[in-house]
Structures are given as C-alpha cells and as structure tokens.
Design a protein around this ligand. Sequence first.
Ligand code: ZN
Length: 191
Amino acid sequence: MVPFFKRRQQLSVLTLGDPRLRGTAQPIETLDDRLQRLIDNLMWTAEKTNGVGIAAPQVGEPLRLFIVASYPNLRYPHAPRMEPTAMINPRIIAHSDEQVAGWEGCLSVPDQRGQVDRWQTVEVEYGDRRGNLHRQVFTDFVARIFQHELDHLEGTVFVDHVADPGTLLTEADYFAQMDSLPAIAEPPDAQ
Ligand code: ZN
C-alpha cells in the first residue's frame, strides 16, 4: 500500500485575477523531496484536468517549473504522445523566424479559447527531475505548449497575447464552431 504521504494530490489551480499568476517565478536550485512531490502533484493535476501542460505558479508555487504532457487531440491529431515531462529552469535558446497562429486555452482561464501567435520551432534547454540537462527542438503543438508554459513563469497569460480579442470564444462556442475554424491560421506573411 502506498503510504498516505506519498499519495498524489490534485492541486487547485489559480484563476485569472489572482496576483500569484502575475509574478516572476524563481529559479530552482535544489531537487529536494518537496520539489519531487510538487512535480508528482502537478502531473496528476494535469492528467485529471485533461491539461497538456501546467506551470508551478498556477498552483501558487513561484518556481521555474512546468509540466509538458502532449497527446493527440481533436485540434492537433498529430501531436506527439509523450510521457509527461517536468521541465526545470526551462529557457528558449533559439527560435524559428516564423510565428504561427493557433488556438489556446488555459486551466487558469476557464472556459476561454483564443488565437495566439507563437514561434513555430523553438530550441530549448531544461533540467529534468533527476538533474540532467536537456537540449531539444520542439515544433508546432509542443513548441506552443512550451511557450505558453514559459509565459506563466513570467506572469504572462495567453489572453495577454491575443492580438484580436474578437477571436476569444467560450469553450462551448469553440467546440460548436470548431469544424469551421482554421486549425492553424496562415502566418501573416504567407504567400
Ligand atoms: Zn496556462
């Protein structure tokens, strides 16, 4: 039997208006038990809420840590299915010239979807929960998750990036209109 203190907990997610979503998160210096437990709980919370990513500040922990947990979904049927990955002190080293528009939602902005421009490809660096440093290139959906989560570490939420507030939709409208919405809009400079 799993001891009580090892049980994973679903954490409550802060929503827009909470000032803790607007702070700058601090670098992580030690991979202690408390951090490992936070990682387990964040992964569990993402799974229970069908999130493809979640950042520590969203549960009131001002630390440079997020989870990326891509899987194929209706909007991105070709999104890679990856093991939920904890990324510690993540950063972007380089990015493509092109940005692409795509739909985003956020556990901290319930019931809203909006179109946001993101770099199509990013080269990133992050530490894993065992202390190994990784350098990886992410494209499209995973690159979008990474940029969305990285924003949370700087106190930024996707609605801050919505260029045209007219694209903001409730989830109900989003799913109702989904068939007629472009999955990924053409970049502004597309020929
Ligand atoms: Zn978010």
